[in-house]
Design a protein around this ligand. Structure first.
Ligand SMILES: Cc1ncc(COP(=O)(O)O)c(C=O)c1O
Length: 289
């Protein structure tokens, strides 16, 4: 869409999409090239042209990379797979300013951090730095497979009838499910619950970090996209958590991710913390053995 936008405006040379290390945008050819994770691109042939991958948080590299062929910058406001790394609000606003100044489109991947996960409908709302184009999915369907690509009318200028298509795109079943899930997630009480429960979990996890400095190195993330950087191997931590009846995900930087449902109750959150504490106990015992 970003390339079509520039093409439509008479700048067909603007094709480059800048992405950042640690990102995850999915497993399609373009998505793995945009994210640039070596373990995901390896063996899948030459990288697609027109993608530039920069180190996360390297402002100088970004300034140097932006030029007359830049079409867009793509970023997750909170990296999910990368280990629940939130981009500081000031950086997101900086990206918005840079894109406006250079005529570049700003693309957010809110597939993981959007749809209420951080306590706002979209994570970028915390920074007040809106995108031109945004990918959303996952919670959008409340478990049903659906994704959406949103854009401002201006950014979508090049997407004229016939420019693009998809067999199942806009199918009535997925749209109906998406609308129903959206209505639930967008309710103020759903978002307020995310903020409350995230506050409780954050506080408890920081407490666990104090008590288990040999197991937990860092607690990070935003809202209910929580990353716990662990000292034992994160895959082993996941397996130990599963033995306690707690399903947690892995992530970059040796993190485990806690991604509970947005309607988690305080009692359930307490139970999750108890199970995570037992996991830390088990990890400590294993270390000592
Ligand atoms: C941030 C982010 N972007 C994109 C995707 C890819 O979504 P899909 O697997 O539907 O292509 C994911 C999936 O985990 C994701 O977390």
């Amino acid at each position: 869409m970003a390339r079509r936008y520039h093409h439509h405006r008479g700048n067909p040379e603007r094709v480059d999409v800048i992405g950042f290390s640690g990102a995850f945008h999915g497993r399609s050819y373009a998505a793995i090239t945009a994210a640039g994770n070596p373990s995901y691109v390896e063996g899948f042939g030459p990288p697609l042209p027109g993608y530039v991958n920069l180190p996360f948080g390297d402002h100088e590299a970004l300034k140097a990379a932006v030029g007359p062929t830049t079409a867009a910058i793509i970023i997750e406001p909170v990296q999910g797979e990368g280990g629940a790394r939130a981009l500081p609000d000031v950086c997101l606003r900086g990206l918005r300013t840079l894109c406006d100044a250079e005529g570049i489109l700003l693309i957010y991947d809110e597939v993981q951090c959007g749809m209420g996960r951080t306590g706002r409908l979209f994570a970028h709302e915390w920074a007040d730095a809106p995108p031109d184009i945004m990918a959303v999915a996952k919670a959008l369907g409340g478990g049903f497979p659906v994704g959406a690509c949103l854009a401002t009318a201006k950014a979508a200028e090049g997407m004229t009838v016939g420019a693009h298509g998809s067999t199942f795109g806009g199918n009535p079943l997925a749209m109906a499910v998406g609308c129903a899930a959206f209505d639930e997630i967008a309710k103020p009480e759903t978002l307020a619950n995310v903020v409350d429960i995230a506050g409780y979990l954050g506080q408890q996890l920081h407490g666990l970090k104090e008590r288990y400095p040999d197991i937990i190195e860092d607690v990070r993330g935003k809202g209910l996209l929580i990353g716990v950087k662990v000292i034992p191997n994160n895959r082993e931590m996941m397996a130990m958590a599963r033995e306690q009846g707690l399903l947690i995900a892995g992530g970059g930087d040796n993190c485990v991710r806690l991604l509970p449902p947005l309607n988690l109750t305080l009692d359930e959150a307490r139970e999750a913390i108890e199970r995570f504490e037992r996991t830390c106990e088990a990890a400590r015992a294993k270390k000592a053995a």
